[in-house]
Design a protein around this ligand. Structure first.
Ligand SMILES: Nc1ncnc2c1ncn2[C@@H]1O[C@H](COP(=O)(O)OP(=O)(O)OP(=O)(O)O)[C@@H](O)[C@H]1O
Ligand SMILES: [Mg+2]
Length: 355
């Protein structure tokens, strides 16, 4: 049975540096959760607190309804996969994977059966007699994964496991990890600072900054409705602009922004409110038609640069206010640098945020 993980009010300081401040969240049994945030924001520290390698100053860790604070790491039934795979260099693939079972004095026949099972699962059959140095990076990573899951942990912890792999392989192995995690249903905490990876792999993304949780949402919500400027900026690319509410009535509000006057969805705004707006580059639609609907925000600017990205064309547009907007448009859009462009931003594609 999968385990619920509860992190409750965790504080951790190193000398006078507060690495974690009042961190609380719950991960439902079998969920795959990523901790996403910039370098130094406390991701590894939090994983180490969960695994029991670090004692928190405040707060509790629960596995199910059991408080784990006093339980030593080797009794917590967690398994951890690191960026540096930490394989035993002189042991074979088989011995590396089998290590946890030997330590637990599992019967030899059972050991053999389980190693065979996980080797199939991570697609390593045939490589059992190789040493780690005779494997590719992706294969080594899969040995590390096999070694972690073979002990059937309650909680699986990953600390940037893919950062040593090239981009293509990273995409493949992350899908493998996700599929295996799903089939085993192990509650998983996965640390990354790669936002695309977090969106691709998770049930839930927890954005962290400076030792605090900023937002916890499913990937779609965190991308489409970032709650703060930090999250909007960190996840994907974003046009973040400031604005003042001129008028709010019913379901729409009118906001004076550094791009011009925009209609937005009224999320409880009051006249005079100062806010931030997030517009994703792909939500800016170039307008070539003559017919513009009254509820569309139509803006005009000058194309400073048109950058061909392969799958899209990225435009950097200078508005009359001198503000530069980034738009990501269809790759076959015809625009020339220096020309004027008219574009539309639908009110429901504008996200309103706190500062
Ligand atoms: N043992 C320690 N002693 C003193 N400071 C520490 C210790 N471990 C971590 N820190 C500090 O705590 C902060 C959080 O570190 P942590 O390793 O958790 O960051 P991270 O989010 O994992 O970053 P990265 O993405 O670079 O791995 C950092 O400022 C780090 O310097
Ligand atoms: Mg780290």
């Amino acid at each position: 049975m999968a385990t619920r993980l509860i992190v409750n009010g965790i504080d951790k300081a190193f000398d006078d540096f507060q690495a974690l401040s009042n961190v609380s969240f719950t991960i439902e049994p079998g969920q795959f959760v990523t901790l996403l945030g910039p370098s130094g924001c406390g991701k590894t520290t939090l994983l180490r607190v969960i695994a029991g390698f670090l004692e928190p100053d405040q707060g509790e860790i629960f596995f199910g309804d059991q408080v784990m604070n006093e339980v030593p790491p080797n009794k917590r039934n967690t398994a951890m996969c690191f960026q540096s795979y930490a394989l035993f260099p002189h042991k074979t693939v088989y011995e590396n994977i089998n290590f946890g079972l030997r330590m637990r004095k599992i019967k030899v026949e059972e050991q053999e059966k389980r190693v065979r099972e996980v080797m199939e699962m991570v697609d390593l059959v045939g490589l059992e007699h190789r040493k780690p140095y005779e494997l590719s990076g992706g294969q080594q990573q899969r040995v590390a994964l096999a070694r972690a899951i073979i002990v059937r942990p309650e909680i699986l912890l990953f600390d940037e496991p893919l950062s040593n792999l090239d981009a293509k392989l990273r995409e493949k192995v992350r899908v493998d990890i996700r599929n295996i995690q799903r089939s085993l249903g192990i509650t998983t905490v996965y640390v990354t600072h790669d936002q695309a990876e977090a969106l691709a792999i998770s049930d839930v993304v927890i954005a962290m900054n400076k030792g605090k949780i900023v937002q916890k949402s499913d990937p779609k919500t965190i991308y489409n409705h970032p709650s703060t400027k930090f999250v909007a900026d960190f996840i994907g690319s974003a046009n973040i602009i400031s604005g003042t509410c001129l008028e709010a009535a019913g379901s729409t509000a009118v906001v004076n922004t550094s791009l011009g006057i925009l209609q937005v969805q009224n999320t409880g705004l009051i006249q005079g409110d100062t806010i931030f707006l997030c517009i994703r580059p792909e939500d800016i639609v170039p307008d070539v038609s003559e017919n513009v609907l009254p509820d569309q925000n139509v803006l005009t600017g000058e194309v400073l640069n048109a950058v061909y990205m392969g799958s899209s064309l990225d435009l950097f547009i200078r508005m009359d206010t001198q503000h530069i907007v980034r738009a990501s448009v269809a790759k076959d859009t015809w625009v020339s640098e220096g020309s004027q462009i008219r574009f539309i931003v639908h009110p429901d594609k504008i996200c309103i945020m706190k500062g």
